[in-house]
Design a protein around this ligand. Structure first.
Ligand code: PGA
Length: 253
């Protein structure tokens, strides 16, 4: 029997000022109060929101995630925020390797490897994103691309540490485009990822790894996506910015 968790994680990206973010977190917290749900709920906020958001949510119900952390532990790195700083806010998770970080901020697999190590060393759970761009899918390279993203940043980890990672498959062509992968495309890739993990770490680790789908996931398609055996939840961008849109995704489980 697999022990893996179902997870619905919001990724606010660079949206909401501090007051708006606190208000959204409180509203979600209220909506979840006394409402049993069948998945873990996480919200990924901008750095400056973390300490305040952690204070206004019931941490047993809502986990808080940063959207990035530095690839260095500490020191003269102006403008950076370390994994230790993120952990000191009470946040428990960090989204790493999001395609926007890879594409716009030139985060390479090697940089991401360092970030993963620092996150783990500071007790944070990485939500590690992988996914192909449209060209790669159209030329049939999507499996190869996703496999190499996983290998390059995560496969140096011992099994114990790998077991702490949450994966998020986010086809780049589906992010913020309103174009969702079909349930069959998601299942096909998630099953491939799980096989890749089985080959490297064995069936127990692979079975226990939560693999989320991301990319225009919303109330209308969440149920179909999440009903696939290898889709263990979602990483939700746009639809995590209002409780009205986010709650039905949580309730899709
Ligand atoms: P989206 O973003 O739900 O707005 O497509 C998902 C993500 O980038 O995590």
């Amino acid at each position: 029997m697999s022990m893996r968790k179902n997870i619905v994680a919001g990724n606010w990206k660079m949206n909401k000022n501090l007051q708006e973010g606190i208000a959204l977190a409180k509203e979600l917290n209220d909506a979840l109060k006394d409402k049993p749900v069948n998945c873990d709920v996480i919200i990924g906020t901008p750095f400056i929101h973390l300490a305040s958001v952690v204070e206004v949510v019931d941490r047993n119900r809502i986990g808080v995630a940063a959207q990035n952390c530095a690839d260095k532990a500490a020191g003269a790195y102006t403008g950076e925020v370390s994994a230790a700083m993120v952990a000191s806010t009470g946040a428990k998770y960090v989204i790493l390797g999001h395609s926007e970080r890879r594409a716009y901020y030139h985060e390479t697999p090697e940089i991401l490897r360092e970030k993963v190590l620092l996150a783990l060393a500071n007790g944070l759970t990485p939500i590690f994103c992988i996914g192909e761009v449209l060209e790669e899918r159209e030329s049939g390279k999507h499996f190869e691309v996703v496999k190499s993203q996983i290998e390059a940043s995560l496969f140096d980890l011992p099994a114990d540490d790998f077991g702490k990672i949450i994966l998020a498959y986010e086809p780049v062509w589906a992010i913020g485009t309103g174009k969702t992968a079909t349930a069959a495309q998601a299942q096909e890739m998630h099953a491939f990822i799980r096989t890749t993990l089985t080959d490297k770490y064995g069936a127990a680790v692979a079975d226990n790894t939560s693999i989320l789908y991301g990319g225009s996931c919303n109330a209308a398609n969440a149920n179909e996506l999440f009903s696939n055996p290898d889709v263990d939840g979602g990483l939700i961008g746009g639809a995590s910015l209002s409780v009205d849109k986010f709650m039905p995704i949580i309730e899709a489980f």
